[in-house]
Design a protein around this ligand. Structure first.
Ligand SMILES: Nc1ncnc2c1ncn2[C@@H]1O[C@H](COP(=O)(O)OP(=O)(O)OP(=O)(O)O)[C@@H](O)[C@H]1O
Ligand SMILES: [Mg+2]
Length: 333
């Protein structure tokens, strides 16, 4: 019998959990596409590996830039390759549970389900990411008690209050780690006349980025191309500069969390004050973000132990208790 699979198709990273096995796939959400035929040739690390070693018309793309599935064809092909790599064949068609942004429209929901079925799933179920994140964080989501998760991903940030197995308050933002990278990129361009790539901007963020001052701050050397001359050039960036570059994005993310908390009924807000906010997603690893969030919400913030895996682990737990937790899945439209 085919193993049930849970899939977190994130804008930055794709993870697959197989029932009884755990996480079997954890790679960047990148596809290699033939620019002439629009065929999807590879996903994840294999897609990166193809670039530069293949004819010029093969390009790498991040198909889900803002968390939304915009191109049905590409999504279906991507899922097909993904399921193939996870051992799905015509003889073994698993049930698939896909984690989707809670802001997804009915049309998009239908498209994802349809794409999964065409790609080889025997049945496709959807669960809202914040709910999966709350389960992954080990929160008591079935209790008549408020829990709050803030998921900062690559292209989206979602703040949600959960009670009795449902979302009772939600703020979804199309802003995440990628937008922080882009802000760093444009800061360096504006202040130093230096062009740097997306990946360099992300490296700067990982090395010295922060949302609030932290201990032991160091500067970082950045290599890029000077816009005026086209020549390579190196500049030194301070953590304060990087913080300033990302300030808009950080403010938006924190503000959405504050607003979400404000939407929760007073009793639920009391529960959250007591149990704290759980911070998940790769963006949660930005230094000082938890402190900043705690400061502005006046609620304690806990960074979960595995922020990048939290959503898929939560969905995986739903597979493990499929019959009892099926009520959490989104209804068929
Ligand atoms: N140590 C770190 N500090 C800051 N940011 C980090 C760190 N590690 C990862 N990130 C960022 O986390 C983001 C990816 O997070 P994650 O994998 O949770 O996103 P995703 O689930 O694919 O996206 P989304 O949920 O928006 O669809 C990237 O922007 C990455 O730069
Ligand atoms: Mg995510």
């Amino acid at each position: 019998m085919a193993r049930d699979l849970a899939i977190d198709l994130g804008t930055a990273n794709t993870l697959v959990y197989a029932r009884g096995k755990g996480i079997i796939f954890n790679e960047p959400t990148v596809i290699a596409v033939n620019a002439r035929t629009r065929d999807v040739l590879a996903v994840g690390e294999q897609a990166w590996a193809m670039i530069g070693r293949t004819p010029g018309h093969i390009v790498a793309e991040r198909p889900l830039r803002q968390g939304a599935i915009s191109d049905f064809d590409i999504t279906e092909k991507m899922l097909r390759l993904l399921l193939q790599r996870c051992g799905v064949s015509r003889l073994s068609r698993p049930r698939v549970l896909i984690c989707v942004p809670s802001a997804i429209t009915a049309v998009e929901r239908r498209a994802v389900r349809e794409a999964a079925r065409l790609a080889g799933a025997s049945a496709a179920y959807l669960i809202e990411q914040p709910l999966a994140a709350a389960i992954g964080a080990g929160l008591a989501i079935h209790e008549p008690m408020g829990s709050m998760v803030v998921d900062v991903g690559g292209g989206t940030s979602e703040s949600a209050v959960v009670s009795l197995g449902g979302l009772v308050a939600l703020r979804a933002l199309r802003c995440g780690g990628f937008d922080v990278d882009a802000a760093i990129q444009s800061y360096v361009r504006r202040e130093y006349g230096l062009a740097i790539g997306e990946r360099t901007a992300e490296e700067i963020k990982l090395a010295i980025g922060s949302a609030a001052p932290v201990a032991d701050e160091v500067k970082a050397e950045v290599r890029g191309r000077e816009l005026l001359t086209g020549m390579p050039k190196t500049v030194v960036l301070s953590p304060e500069e990087v913080r300033q570059a990302a300030e808009d994005q950080v403010t938006q993310i924190v503000r959405a969390a504050v607003d979400c908390l404000g939407d929760a009924a007073p009793d639920l807000a009391q529960d959250i004050l007591w149990h704290g906010i759980h911070l998940v997603g790769g963006g949660a690893l930005l230094r000082g973000l938890g402190a900043r969030l705690a400061d502005e919400t006046a609620v304690p913030v806990h960074l979960v132990s595995t922020p990048l895996e939290c959503v898929v682990l939560g969905a995986g737990r739903c597979l493990d208790s499929f019959d009892t937790l099926q009520s959490l899945f989104l209804e068929d439209d």
